[in-house]
Design a protein around this ligand. Structure first.
Ligand code: NAP
Length: 300
């Protein structure tokens, strides 16, 4: 059977179509979902991500503002900005683009964003709800992966999902979502990391392999089970003088050789990355709807 290429564009377009209707409904009630994006410094990858997020907002009719601060911004200035954004009713969601410059305390900032505006889904309150299986903002990349599995109707119940990577933003929430007793989850989950000896032993058992390690093309054909589904989260710049920019983007999976062996695979670029942005848009709309409901409840 031919390998299915899981296209982020197709799935994210479907999500955005759905969102347009929700945004229209919000606007009819006098609410324009709003997202504040904070970018500190001029990291090239972060600058591109922030620009893409602003463009996605614009295309959907979400109000967004990008607040750019110099790389030597102090923790106190950033804290004050977050406090101000928490109180500003124009913004339903706040996103601080990570990673932050080394002198800033990432954890303190994540904790400071009000959980109701935490559209990245990184606040411990929301992560706690995720683990308990309660309704919350799901971190965008894992949520996007589940949306892709749903779109392509890739069954996960009873399957063995192996995740490579245990970061707070991808690996850990992904693992905690995949074992939930719900649709497009209910899987048996294994997590691999740098402390795992003989990674191949586990990756070869995966019915669904999700790789978020940040190591260019570390997963080769001999490391996957035949007919597995492979989700490649990695985005790595590798030098390539033949490209105009002097580099090209590759995933954590050696796409060309692995695709010959598996039943479905995401490309890089064109896979998970597009889903991450779509889910950020979805969380922003959800934040606007939740905040409107809360205001109504409190008679405001
Ligand atoms: P991260 O914070 O650097 O975490 C990487 C994880 O992978 C860590 O848990 C690390 O293990 C593990 N790891 C690294 N090398 C490994 C190896 N050789 N064998 C086994 N495990 C290994 O990265 P991240 O933020 O999760 O991102 C991972 C990748 O996804 C990056 O390429 C990033 O650019 C990309 N990403 C893409 C999107 C998207 O929207 N497409 C979103 C987020 C991230 P230890 O914990 O033991 O160190």
């Amino acid at each position: 059977m031919e390998t299915i290429i899981l296209r982020g564009k197709e799935v994210s377009d479907a999500v955005k179509e759905r969102l347009k209707e929700d945004i229209d409904t919000c606007k009819k009630r006098g609410i324009t979902p709003g997202l504040a994006v904070v970018l500190i410094g001029e990291d090239p990858a972060s600058t591109v991500y922030v620009r893409n997020k602003a463009r996605a907002c614009e295309a959907l009719g979400i109000f967004s503002e990008t607040i750019r601060l110099p790389k030597d911004t102090t923790q106190a200035t950033l804290n004050t900005l977050i406090d101000r954004l928490n109180k500003n009713t124009r913004f339903h969601g706040i996103l601080v683009q990570l990673p932050l410059p080394r002198h800033l305390n990432e954890k303190e900032i994540i904790h400071r964003i009000h959980p109701e505006k935490d559209v990245d889904g990184f606040h411990p309150f929301n992560i706690g709800k995720l683990i308990l299986g309660e309704d919350t903002f799901l971190p965008c990349t894992p949520a996007g992966i589940i949306e892709m599995l749903r779109y392509y109707q890739i069954e996960t119940s009873g399957k063995h999902v192996v995740i490579v990577g245990r970061s707070n933003i991808v690996g850990k929430p992904m693992a905690n979502l995949m074992y939930q007793k719900s649709a497009y989850a209910n899987a048996t989950v294994t997590i691999c990391h740098t402390g795992t000896s003989d990674i191949k032993k586990y990756t070869r058992q995966a019915d669904i392999l999700i790789v978020a390690a940040g190591v260019p093309e570390m997963i080769t054909a001999d490391m996957v089970k035949e007919d597995a589904t492979v989700i490649d989260v990695g985005v790595n710049r590798v030098d390539d003088p033949s490209c105009k920019k002097g580099y090209r983007l590759v995933g954590d999976v050696a796409f060309e050789e692995v695709k010959e062996r598996v039943s479905a695979i995401t490309p890089v670029p064109g896979g998970v990355g597009l889903m991450t942005i779509a889910m950020l848009m979805q969380n922003t709309v959800k934040a606007a709807e939740n905040q409107a409901k809360n205001m109504k409840k409190h008679g405001q």
